[in-house]
Ligand binder design. Structure first.
Ligand code: AP5
Length: 215
């Protein structure tokens, strides 16, 4: 089974991907997390390029992104379900994914679009806290860690993501509207819209309801 989580920056894709992966045993493939790992201590020109691109709120190149995801999908054991969060984000990425799955006799099982009002997106990103090592995501008000400022699982200090600064957030939203939102047309009726203007657990329950009917 291959699931896609689609939505604007800050919609809660990463939060739900982590919960769903844990609940169903899916492999979580989050391109943002994968790129953040690559860009953490950049040494090569490519790594430095990726960091600069992310810090500016722009998208990493299609070729590089597609290869990263294909490599990851190729490592999954047969029968392992996959949950893609933040990929695809452009038409070429969507076409490449369809072609890759087709070649392997597979298809996308379901695409969930998390629909969230713009005001809530701004608030979610402004309060986000992030653990660089464990890559766990928290929110100061809506999903706080047990001890303020400290990751529940790794004990590391939580930080604000560099691309959550207001000016970069604005650009990420612009990039989403220009390059990613058109995928809603590409996928059309294959998309299941989820009203994600509610709490983390409620969104999870809505997603679970849909996935359970497909198992
Ligand atoms: P990525 O990390 O994928 O960023 P994004 O899509 O902008 O998404 P975010 O991580 O900002 O938000 P999210 O929807 O995961 O929300 P979250 O769960 O954290 O990508 C980062 C960068 O990598 C890109 O800008 C690009 O440079 C590069 N990149 C990645 N993929 C790429 C691709 N395919 N092609 C090219 N480049 C790529 O939640 C947000 C906050 O809200 C958290 O604090 C959370 O606790 C809170 N929250 C979550 N759900 C709720 C809720 N229901 N109620 C209240 N608060 C909630």
């Amino acid at each position: 089974m291959v699931f896609l989580l689609f939505g604007p920056p800050g919609a809660g894709k990463g939060t739900q991907a982590e919960k769903l992966a844990r609940h169903y045993g899916f492999a979580q493939i989050s391109t943002g997390d994968m790129f953040r790992k690559i860009a953490k201590n950049p040494e090569t020109a490519t790594e430095k390029d990726i960091k600069a691109t992310m810090d500016a709120g722009e998208l990493v190149g299609d070729e590089q992104t597609i290869q990263l995801v294909k490599d990851k999908l190729n490592t999954l054991p047969a029968g392992q379900g996959a949950l893609l969060d933040g990929f695809p984000r452009t038409n070429p990425q969507a076409e490449a994914l369809d072609a890759f799955l087709h070649t392997n006799g597979q298809a996308i099982t379901a695409i969930f679009a998390l629909d969230v009002a713009e005001d809530a997106l701004v608030e979610r990103k402004a309060g986000r806290l992030f653990a660089p090592e464990s890559q766990r995501v928290y929110h100061k008000k809506y999903n706080p860690p047990q001890v303020p400022g400290v990751c529940d699982t790794s004990g590391e200090e939580l930080i604000q993501r560099a691309d959550d600064r207001p000016e970069i957030t604005r650009n990420r939203l612009k990039v989403y509207n220009e390059q990613t939102k058109p995928l809603l047309n590409y996928y059309g009726e294959r998309i299941t819209h989820i009203d994600a203007n509610c709490g983390v657990d409620e969104v999870f329950a809505l997603l679970k309801q849909h996935i359970d009917t497909l198992q």
